[in-house]
Design a protein around this ligand. Structure first.
Ligand code: RI2
Length: 308
Protein backbone atom coordinates (compact mmCIF):
# COMPACT_ATOMS: atom_id res chain seq x y z
CA UNK A 1 0.00 0.00 0.00
CA UNK A 2 2.72 2.47 0.86
CA UNK A 3 4.01 2.17 -2.72
CA UNK A 4 0.94 3.53 -4.44
CA UNK A 5 -1.97 5.55 -3.14
CA UNK A 6 -5.25 3.68 -3.27
CA UNK A 7 -7.77 4.53 -5.95
CA UNK A 8 -10.43 5.94 -3.62
CA UNK A 9 -7.94 8.54 -2.41
CA UNK A 10 -6.44 9.50 -5.79
CA UNK A 11 -9.90 9.79 -7.37
CA UNK A 12 -11.16 12.10 -4.62
CA UNK A 13 -7.97 14.21 -4.78
CA UNK A 14 -8.37 14.54 -8.55
CA UNK A 15 -11.99 15.64 -8.24
CA UNK A 16 -11.20 18.17 -5.49
CA UNK A 17 -8.34 19.65 -7.57
CA UNK A 18 -10.50 19.94 -10.70
CA UNK A 19 -13.37 21.30 -8.55
CA UNK A 20 -15.75 18.54 -9.64
CA UNK A 21 -16.05 18.25 -5.85
CA UNK A 22 -16.14 21.82 -4.51
CA UNK A 23 -17.50 24.01 -1.73
CA UNK A 24 -15.73 23.87 1.61
CA UNK A 25 -18.33 21.74 3.45
CA UNK A 26 -18.55 19.28 0.57
CA UNK A 27 -14.77 18.95 0.30
CA UNK A 28 -14.58 18.01 4.00
CA UNK A 29 -17.36 15.43 3.72
CA UNK A 30 -15.86 13.83 0.61
CA UNK A 31 -12.46 13.62 2.31
CA UNK A 32 -14.06 11.78 5.25
CA UNK A 33 -15.89 9.48 2.81
CA UNK A 34 -12.60 8.75 1.00
CA UNK A 35 -10.94 7.76 4.30
CA UNK A 36 -13.89 5.48 5.01
CA UNK A 37 -13.61 3.80 1.60
CA UNK A 38 -9.87 3.51 2.09
CA UNK A 39 -10.41 1.79 5.45
CA UNK A 40 -12.98 -0.66 4.09
CA UNK A 41 -10.67 -1.72 1.24
CA UNK A 42 -7.50 -1.70 3.31
CA UNK A 43 -5.67 -5.01 3.59
CA UNK A 44 -3.14 -3.93 6.24
CA UNK A 45 -2.08 -6.81 8.48
CA UNK A 46 -1.21 -4.83 11.58
CA UNK A 47 -2.47 -1.82 13.51
CA UNK A 48 0.68 0.13 12.72
CA UNK A 49 0.46 -0.60 9.04
CA UNK A 50 -3.18 0.53 8.98
CA UNK A 51 -2.52 3.75 10.92
CA UNK A 52 0.51 4.62 8.77
CA UNK A 53 -1.51 4.05 5.59
CA UNK A 54 -4.44 6.11 6.87
CA UNK A 55 -2.08 8.95 7.82
CA UNK A 56 -0.53 8.89 4.38
CA UNK A 57 -3.98 8.89 2.75
CA UNK A 58 -4.95 11.83 4.96
CA UNK A 59 -1.85 13.81 3.95
CA UNK A 60 -2.57 13.17 0.28
CA UNK A 61 -6.15 14.42 0.67
CA UNK A 62 -5.04 17.51 2.60
CA UNK A 63 -2.64 18.45 -0.22
CA UNK A 64 -5.46 18.57 -2.80
CA UNK A 65 -6.38 22.25 -2.16
CA UNK A 66 -4.83 24.56 0.43
CA UNK A 67 -7.42 27.11 1.58
CA UNK A 68 -10.57 25.43 2.91
CA UNK A 69 -9.67 24.21 6.41
CA UNK A 70 -12.70 21.91 6.38
CA UNK A 71 -10.43 19.50 4.47
CA UNK A 72 -7.64 19.08 7.08
CA UNK A 73 -10.18 19.36 9.90
CA UNK A 74 -12.19 16.44 8.45
CA UNK A 75 -9.04 14.33 8.08
CA UNK A 76 -7.86 15.20 11.60
CA UNK A 77 -11.30 14.39 13.04
CA UNK A 78 -10.91 10.79 11.83
CA UNK A 79 -7.17 10.41 12.44
CA UNK A 80 -7.23 11.77 15.99
CA UNK A 81 -9.81 9.19 17.06
CA UNK A 82 -7.84 6.37 15.47
CA UNK A 83 -4.49 7.49 16.93
CA UNK A 84 -5.97 7.91 20.42
CA UNK A 85 -7.41 4.40 20.51
CA UNK A 86 -5.76 1.19 21.64
CA UNK A 87 -8.24 -1.08 19.87
CA UNK A 88 -7.06 -4.04 17.82
CA UNK A 89 -6.83 -3.77 14.01
CA UNK A 90 -10.46 -4.74 13.32
CA UNK A 91 -11.79 -2.48 16.06
CA UNK A 92 -9.63 0.35 14.82
CA UNK A 93 -10.97 -0.01 11.29
CA UNK A 94 -14.54 0.08 12.60
CA UNK A 95 -13.65 3.19 14.59
CA UNK A 96 -12.27 4.90 11.47
CA UNK A 97 -15.48 4.12 9.56
CA UNK A 98 -17.66 5.33 12.45
CA UNK A 99 -15.61 8.52 12.80
CA UNK A 100 -15.87 9.32 9.09
CA UNK A 101 -19.64 8.74 9.23
CA UNK A 102 -19.87 10.94 12.33
CA UNK A 103 -18.03 13.81 10.59
CA UNK A 104 -20.34 13.59 7.58
CA UNK A 105 -23.49 13.45 9.73
CA UNK A 106 -22.31 16.28 12.04
CA UNK A 107 -21.59 18.39 8.98
CA UNK A 108 -25.04 17.85 7.46
CA UNK A 109 -26.69 18.58 10.79
CA UNK A 110 -24.56 21.72 11.27
CA UNK A 111 -25.66 23.09 7.90
CA UNK A 112 -29.33 22.53 8.85
CA UNK A 113 -28.87 24.09 12.30
CA UNK A 114 -27.11 27.15 10.82
CA UNK A 115 -30.10 27.50 8.48
CA UNK A 116 -32.46 27.61 11.48
CA UNK A 117 -30.30 29.96 13.54
CA UNK A 118 -29.44 32.23 10.62
CA UNK A 119 -33.03 32.48 9.38
CA UNK A 120 -33.91 34.31 12.62
CA UNK A 121 -31.64 37.14 11.45
CA UNK A 122 -33.47 37.48 8.13
CA UNK A 123 -36.54 39.73 8.12
CA UNK A 124 -39.63 39.82 5.99
CA UNK A 125 -38.95 42.08 3.01
CA UNK A 126 -35.15 41.68 3.08
CA UNK A 127 -33.03 41.83 -0.04
CA UNK A 128 -29.99 39.63 0.50
CA UNK A 129 -26.76 39.69 -1.46
CA UNK A 130 -24.63 36.55 -1.70
CA UNK A 131 -21.45 35.60 -3.53
CA UNK A 132 -20.17 32.41 -5.13
CA UNK A 133 -22.00 29.21 -4.12
CA UNK A 134 -22.08 28.52 -0.41
CA UNK A 135 -24.32 25.66 0.68
CA UNK A 136 -24.32 27.09 4.21
CA UNK A 137 -25.29 30.65 3.18
CA UNK A 138 -28.01 29.11 1.00
CA UNK A 139 -29.25 27.06 3.95
CA UNK A 140 -29.90 30.34 5.80
CA UNK A 141 -31.61 31.96 2.81
CA UNK A 142 -33.75 28.92 1.91
CA UNK A 143 -34.79 28.33 5.52
CA UNK A 144 -35.94 31.96 5.86
CA UNK A 145 -37.84 31.65 2.58
CA UNK A 146 -39.47 28.35 3.60
CA UNK A 147 -40.68 30.08 6.78
CA UNK A 148 -42.74 32.33 4.52
CA UNK A 149 -40.50 35.39 4.65
CA UNK A 150 -40.80 37.55 1.57
CA UNK A 151 -37.15 37.83 0.54
CA UNK A 152 -35.19 38.30 -2.65
CA UNK A 153 -31.58 37.60 -3.49
CA UNK A 154 -28.95 39.36 -5.58
CA UNK A 155 -26.11 36.98 -6.50
CA UNK A 156 -22.78 37.88 -8.10
CA UNK A 157 -21.46 35.47 -10.71
CA UNK A 158 -18.04 34.74 -9.11
CA UNK A 159 -15.64 34.84 -12.04
CA UNK A 160 -13.65 32.97 -13.21
CA UNK A 161 -15.51 29.72 -12.35
CA UNK A 162 -19.02 31.24 -12.24
CA UNK A 163 -20.23 29.39 -9.13
CA UNK A 164 -22.77 32.25 -8.79
CA UNK A 165 -24.63 30.63 -11.68
CA UNK A 166 -25.08 27.49 -9.56
CA UNK A 167 -26.45 29.67 -6.76
CA UNK A 168 -29.05 31.42 -8.90
CA UNK A 169 -30.22 28.11 -10.38
CA UNK A 170 -30.56 26.55 -6.93
CA UNK A 171 -32.49 29.55 -5.63
CA UNK A 172 -34.76 29.73 -8.67
CA UNK A 173 -35.50 26.02 -8.25
CA UNK A 174 -36.48 26.67 -4.64
CA UNK A 175 -38.76 29.47 -5.83
CA UNK A 176 -36.70 32.30 -4.31
CA UNK A 177 -36.77 35.50 -6.43
CA UNK A 178 -33.17 36.00 -7.55
CA UNK A 179 -31.14 38.40 -9.69
CA UNK A 180 -27.78 37.54 -11.28
CA UNK A 181 -25.19 40.33 -11.61
CA UNK A 182 -21.53 40.55 -12.65
CA UNK A 183 -19.01 40.83 -9.81
CA UNK A 184 -18.18 44.44 -10.65
CA UNK A 185 -21.85 45.47 -10.16
CA UNK A 186 -21.98 44.72 -6.43
CA UNK A 187 -21.39 48.32 -5.28
CA UNK A 188 -24.01 49.66 -7.70
CA UNK A 189 -26.58 47.27 -6.26
CA UNK A 190 -25.65 47.71 -2.60
CA UNK A 191 -28.24 50.49 -2.17
CA UNK A 192 -30.96 47.86 -2.68
CA UNK A 193 -29.47 45.37 -0.18
CA UNK A 194 -30.44 44.86 3.50
CA UNK A 195 -28.03 42.05 4.38
CA UNK A 196 -25.10 40.22 2.83
CA UNK A 197 -24.87 36.49 3.62
CA UNK A 198 -21.79 34.56 2.47
CA UNK A 199 -20.05 31.32 3.42
CA UNK A 200 -16.43 30.73 4.39
CA UNK A 201 -13.56 28.47 3.45
CA UNK A 202 -11.62 29.34 6.60
CA UNK A 203 -12.01 31.69 9.56
CA UNK A 204 -8.91 32.90 11.39
CA UNK A 205 -8.48 33.33 15.14
CA UNK A 206 -8.91 37.13 14.79
CA UNK A 207 -12.25 36.69 12.98
CA UNK A 208 -10.91 37.37 9.49
CA UNK A 209 -12.94 35.47 6.90
CA UNK A 210 -11.31 33.69 3.98
CA UNK A 211 -13.85 33.16 1.21
CA UNK A 212 -14.18 33.27 -2.58
CA UNK A 213 -12.24 36.04 -4.30
CA UNK A 214 -14.41 39.17 -4.38
CA UNK A 215 -15.96 38.63 -0.95
CA UNK A 216 -13.82 41.35 0.63
CA UNK A 217 -14.88 44.02 -1.85
CA UNK A 218 -18.51 43.13 -1.21
CA UNK A 219 -17.77 43.55 2.51
CA UNK A 220 -16.16 46.92 1.81
CA UNK A 221 -19.17 48.09 -0.18
CA UNK A 222 -21.52 46.80 2.54
CA UNK A 223 -19.51 48.61 5.21
CA UNK A 224 -19.66 51.86 3.26
CA UNK A 225 -23.43 51.54 2.82
CA UNK A 226 -24.02 50.41 6.47
CA UNK A 227 -25.37 47.08 5.25
CA UNK A 228 -25.06 44.11 7.63
CA UNK A 229 -22.51 41.48 6.61
CA UNK A 230 -23.14 37.91 7.87
CA UNK A 231 -20.94 34.84 7.45
CA UNK A 232 -22.49 31.36 7.71
CA UNK A 233 -19.90 28.75 8.71
CA UNK A 234 -19.69 25.52 10.69
CA UNK A 235 -17.17 25.30 13.53
CA UNK A 236 -14.90 23.06 11.41
CA UNK A 237 -14.33 26.07 9.10
CA UNK A 238 -12.37 27.76 11.91
CA UNK A 239 -8.64 27.40 11.34
CA UNK A 240 -6.73 25.98 14.34
CA UNK A 241 -3.25 26.90 13.05
CA UNK A 242 -4.12 30.61 13.05
CA UNK A 243 -4.15 30.42 16.84
CA UNK A 244 -0.35 30.19 16.74
CA UNK A 245 0.07 32.86 14.08
CA UNK A 246 0.00 30.75 10.92
CA UNK A 247 -1.45 32.50 7.86
CA UNK A 248 -4.11 30.80 5.75
CA UNK A 249 -2.70 29.95 2.34
CA UNK A 250 -4.64 31.53 -0.51
CA UNK A 251 -4.89 29.13 -3.44
CA UNK A 252 -3.73 30.52 -6.77
CA UNK A 253 -5.31 28.51 -9.55
CA UNK A 254 -4.38 28.01 -13.21
CA UNK A 255 -4.24 31.27 -15.16
CA UNK A 256 -6.13 29.54 -17.99
CA UNK A 257 -9.28 29.88 -15.88
CA UNK A 258 -9.01 33.67 -16.37
CA UNK A 259 -7.90 33.92 -20.02
CA UNK A 260 -5.97 31.95 -22.62
CA UNK A 261 -2.32 32.91 -22.02
CA UNK A 262 -1.64 32.15 -25.74
CA UNK A 263 -3.75 35.17 -26.68
CA UNK A 264 -1.97 37.43 -24.20
CA UNK A 265 1.75 37.00 -24.73
CA UNK A 266 3.82 39.25 -22.47
CA UNK A 267 0.90 39.55 -20.00
CA UNK A 268 1.03 38.35 -16.42
CA UNK A 269 -2.31 36.70 -15.59
CA UNK A 270 -3.16 36.12 -11.94
CA UNK A 271 -5.90 33.91 -10.46
CA UNK A 272 -6.14 33.92 -6.66
CA UNK A 273 -9.22 31.90 -5.71
CA UNK A 274 -9.88 33.49 -2.30
CA UNK A 275 -9.47 36.74 -0.41
CA UNK A 276 -9.49 37.87 3.20
CA UNK A 277 -12.24 39.99 4.71
CA UNK A 278 -10.99 41.76 7.84
CA UNK A 279 -13.09 41.23 11.00
CA UNK A 280 -14.02 44.95 11.13
CA UNK A 281 -16.27 44.37 8.11
CA UNK A 282 -17.99 41.29 9.54
CA UNK A 283 -21.06 41.85 11.75
CA UNK A 284 -21.83 38.26 12.75
CA UNK A 285 -20.66 34.73 12.15
CA UNK A 286 -23.51 32.21 12.24
CA UNK A 287 -22.29 28.80 13.48
CA UNK A 288 -24.18 25.68 14.58
CA UNK A 289 -23.23 26.57 18.16
CA UNK A 290 -24.87 29.98 17.88
CA UNK A 291 -24.22 33.46 16.52
CA UNK A 292 -20.90 35.08 17.42
CA UNK A 293 -19.17 38.38 16.67
CA UNK A 294 -15.93 37.85 14.67
CA UNK A 295 -13.93 38.75 17.80
CA UNK A 296 -15.16 35.51 19.43
CA UNK A 297 -13.62 33.31 16.70
CA UNK A 298 -10.69 32.60 19.01
CA UNK A 299 -13.07 31.06 21.57
CA UNK A 300 -14.53 28.66 19.00
CA UNK A 301 -11.02 27.58 17.98
CA UNK A 302 -9.97 26.99 21.60
CA UNK A 303 -13.16 25.04 22.33
CA UNK A 304 -13.12 22.93 19.16
CA UNK A 305 -9.41 22.41 18.65
CA UNK A 306 -7.91 22.70 22.11
CA UNK A 307 -6.47 19.23 21.57
CA UNK A 308 -4.13 20.33 18.77
P1 RI2 B 1 -19.93 25.98 1.68
C1 RI2 B 1 -16.43 27.75 -1.93
O1 RI2 B 1 -15.15 27.56 -2.46
C2 RI2 B 1 -16.82 29.22 -1.91
O2 RI2 B 1 -15.75 30.07 -1.57
C3 RI2 B 1 -17.87 29.18 -0.83
O3 RI2 B 1 -18.18 30.45 -0.31
C4 RI2 B 1 -17.17 28.29 0.20
O4 RI2 B 1 -16.52 27.28 -0.58
C5 RI2 B 1 -18.03 27.68 1.25
O5 RI2 B 1 -18.97 26.79 0.70
P2 RI2 B 1 -14.88 26.80 -3.89
O6 RI2 B 1 -14.71 25.33 -3.53
O7 RI2 B 1 -19.06 25.13 2.56
O8 RI2 B 1 -15.99 27.07 -4.83
O9 RI2 B 1 -20.73 26.98 2.45
O10 RI2 B 1 -13.56 27.39 -4.36
O11 RI2 B 1 -20.80 25.14 0.75
Amino acid sequence: MTHHMRDEITQTVKKIKSMEIRGAANIGRYAAAALKAYTINCDARSRDEFVRGLEEAGETLIDARPTAVSLPNAVKFVLRRVRDSDLSLEGLKELAVRSADAFIENSRQAVRTIGEIGAKRISDGDTIMTHCNSSVALSVIKTAFSQGKDIRVIASEARPRYQGRITVKQLAEAGVPVTLIVDSAVRSFMKDVDKVVVGADSIAANGAVINKIGTSQIALAAHEARVLFFVAAETYKFHPDTLVGELVEIEERDKKEVADPGEFSGVDIRNPAFDITPPEYVDLIITEKGVIPPQAAIMIIKEEFGWI
